[in-house]
Design a protein around this ligand. Structure first.
Ligand code: GAL
Length: 395
């Protein structure tokens, strides 16, 4: 067979494969998505005005320019369906298309939320039986991101609890439901990031890309408490090989700025999410934000670690009781190193940089201290209770 023909055949095959598994969609998120989501602060009471205010704040406070682009409406926007089945927004969202235009004009993107079930988790209308219709509606409104939350879909089947293995029939039905919405989004013709939310059941990281997911929740819900955030974040050890450009593990949205953690704890939250190459979706009220919380969300080095173009998730190197060492490989031979103290007292952690492949001449940036660290084989920083020392090392 002539070589050119074989090459063309291979290209055609790969195009068909791409269309099938949604690789075209995956180019939407070459690095983990960044933005804001309404749920952690507004819950189901969010309004059009709240979303506009969030978009305005992101422009005014520098978040947009720091990389936070998606403005995501979570559960609570849905109204009833028209007689022909078309979904409508409720009274709090008078006109979704106008809202999308407002957000787009500010250089941002708009996200929305639904469920493969009949009802969402907050008991609003889900997409069950209306997948294609809803995908078309979202595309017509100008939506750029869909979070698709399992919720009541599980009620139709026997499903195990969060983080557990779903029963085989439920598992197959669930995969099918996600694939169905992905195919509907592709058919609707607008690039829409597809975010799976089924709380990490049945090792979703192993099959999320096959059903077209750009990201998938790996855990149950976060809350604005150190213990819950740490439980979720540190449980991600071992999942690094499942993430990469176009498909990301999602340990849930950020709580930075919601007020339930200390600054050290929020720095741990941001550092861990950056090491995990996790989506950075702020979840606080951006209108009323303390400068020190904004500084955490906008820290350039933490964002650079999260958004590194190599797209590798970091992982745990060692844990000695509550003292954990994590690293993340980065582009251009750089490495991020995080020393976490999960203990209840400040602690001196001893780390041998040479053993981590760092040699003299390396430039070491202490991210939260906003200072450079002179190279030394052994470093002994004091880490506050629940705190972190995050280093960005350039060879
Ligand atoms: C939960 C989900 C949350 C939020 C909520 C809305 O299942 O994990 O992130 O979306 O539903 O009802």
């Amino acid at each position: 067979m002539p070589r050119l023909f074989v090459k063309r055949l291979a290209i055609l095959a790969s195009v068909l494969l791409c269309a099938h598994v949604g690789i075209a969609q995956s180019s939407l998120v070459p690095t983990p998505p960044m933005g804001w989501n309404s749920w952690n602060h507004f819950f189901q009471h969010v309004t059009d005005a709240d979303v506009r205010a969030a978009a305005d704040a992101m422009v005014a406070n520098g978040m947009r320019d720091a990389g936070y682009v998606y403005v995501n409406i979570d559960d609570g926007w849905q109204g009833t369906r028209r007689p022909d089945g078309t979904i409508q927004s409720n009274d709090r969202f008078p006109d979704m298309k106008t809202l999308a235009d407002y957000v787009h004009t500010r250089g941002l993107k708009l996200g929305i939320y639904s469920s493969p079930g009949l009802k969402t988790c907050a008991k609003f209308e889900g997409s069950y039986g209306h997948e294609m219709q809803d995908a078309k509606t979202y595309a017509a409104w100008g939506i750029d991101y869909l979070k698709y939350d399992l919720c009541s879909f599980g009620d139709k089947l026997t499903v195990a609890g969060n983080g557990d293995q779903a029963a085989p029939a439920a598992f197959a039905a669930q995969q099918e439901a996600y694939r169905k919405m992905h195919d509907a989004l592709v058919a609707a013709g607008r690039p829409i990031v597809f975010s799976l939310c089924q709380y990490g059941m049945s090792n979703v990281w192993e099959w999320g890309p096959e059903v077209g997911g750009n990201l998938w929740r790996t855990t149950g819900d976060i809350s604005d408490k150190y213990d819950r955030m740490a439980l979720i974040g540190f449980s991600q050890a071992g999942l690094s090989r499942y993430a990469g450009p176009g498909h990301w593990n999602d340990p849930d949205m950020l709580e930075v700025g919601n007020g339930g953690m200390t600054l050290d704890e929020y720095r741990t939250h941001m550092s861990l999410w950056a090491i995990l190459a996790a989506p950075l979706l702020a979840g606080n009220d951006l209108r009323h934000m303390k400068p020190e919380h904004l500084a955490i969300l906008e820290n350039k080095d933490a964002i650079a670690i999260d958004q590194d173009s190599l797209g590798k998730q970091g992982d745990r190197v060692s844990a000695l009781g509550p003292y954990e060492l994590w690293t993340k490989p980065m582009s251009h031979g750089r490495t991020a190193i995080a020393l976490f103290n999960r203990g209840e007292l400040a602690h001196t952690m001893r780390v041998n940089l040479r053993e981590l492949g760092i040699s003299p001449g390396a430039h070491i940036r202490n991210v939260w201290a906003n200072a450079d660290l002179p190279f030394s084989d052994i470093i002994n920083p004091i880490i506050p209770k629940h705190g972190v020392v995050l280093l960005l090392v350039t060879r």
